[in-house]
Design a protein around this ligand. Structure first.
Ligand SMILES: [Zn+2]
Ligand SMILES: [Zn+2]
Length: 271
């Protein structure tokens, strides 16, 4: 049978003879279906079209893992390298032999996780390629699993992905939306990896969090307060979201601008 991938979100689906009628991820109010309708592709088709996996260093111990051209939602996945093995975070919806070899040269993959269902890409294909390593999915987002597989490990609240890499469930964008704290990152000043749980603003000097980024559905103040209470005790000076980076003073920027967000959604900000 065939592993079909939704062209809009780049998420692999269960092994079937025919593609599913619709992508549940894209028909949800947080995503979108193109005006031209639902479309599917496969790994082989993408390779024939010239898609390539591209791996580039962002800082010592951290590499971006993405595709050229951009596929689906188009996140920049991350490979976090540690002495105890590597975390592949938010892998793209495509894998190729050359890219996998490059990842192997960097120490391979010991575990896979994503901040939430939108950015799971081809997690199961990557897991199988790298020896059936675990793929962590927040139990609160179980209903969104598109390709069930024994490698999936459900978790709640907090989980140690690898020694020195802890994932915290924050909620918000999705009930299971989470962040990964990497204290050894950015010269030991700490890195927070947030996917879409906390996004970086277009000014590269602010943070925000939304129920839907593409359809502009905000989150209530209480959810942002909970998020702040979870990340408050974590030490980090740099933050990588799925699409942006706060290079330095990230903790201060996140605290300041999420409190601004709370003021706007609570109606206490004057226009
Ligand atoms: Zn989709
Ligand atoms: Zn998302």
């Amino acid at each position: 049978m065939t592993i079909f991938t939704c062209l809009t979100c780049g998420i692999e689906h269960q092994d079937t003879f025919r593609p599913p009628l619709r992508c549940e991820i894209c028909t949800d109010e947080r995503q979108w279906v193109p005006a031209s309708g639902q479309a599917w592709t496969t790994r082989d088709e993408l390779e024939a079209q010239g898609y390539k996996l591209v791996i580039t260093e962002l800082e010592p111990g951290l590499h971006a893992v993405s595709t050229l051209p951009r596929l689906g939602i188009g996140q920049r996945g991350l490979l976090v390298c540690t002495a105890e093995g590597n975390l592949l975070f938010e892998p793209p919806g495509f894998i190729d032999a050359a890219g996998a070899t490059r990842i192997e040269e960097l120490g391979g993959v010991a575990t896979i996780a994503s901040s939430h269902p939108h950015l799971t890409g081809s997690s199961i294909q990557y897991s199988h390629r790298f020896g059936h390593v675990p793929v962590y999915v927040a139990a609160a987002d179980k209903q969104w699993i598109r390709r069930p597989d024994p490698v999936i490990k459900l978790w709640e609240e907090c989980v140690e992905l690898l020694p020195g890499l802890i994932m915290y469930q924050c909620g918000g964008h999705f009930a299971g939306s989470s962040v990964v704290h990497w204290p050894a990152g950015y010269k030991d000043t700490g890195v927070l990896i947030t996917g879409d749980t906390i996004a970086v603003g277009g000014d590269r000097n602010s943070a925000n969090a939304m129920r839907s980024y593409v359809n502009n559905i905000p989150l209530p103040a209480s959810t942002i307060e909970r998020l702040l209470s979870i990340i408050g005790p974590l030490e980090f000076s740099r933050m990588y979201s799925a699409f942006g980076v706060l290079e330095s003073e990230a903790h201060t920027i996140v605290e300041r601008t999420l409190h601004r967000y709370i003021a706007w959604v609570s109606g206490t900000m004057s226009e």
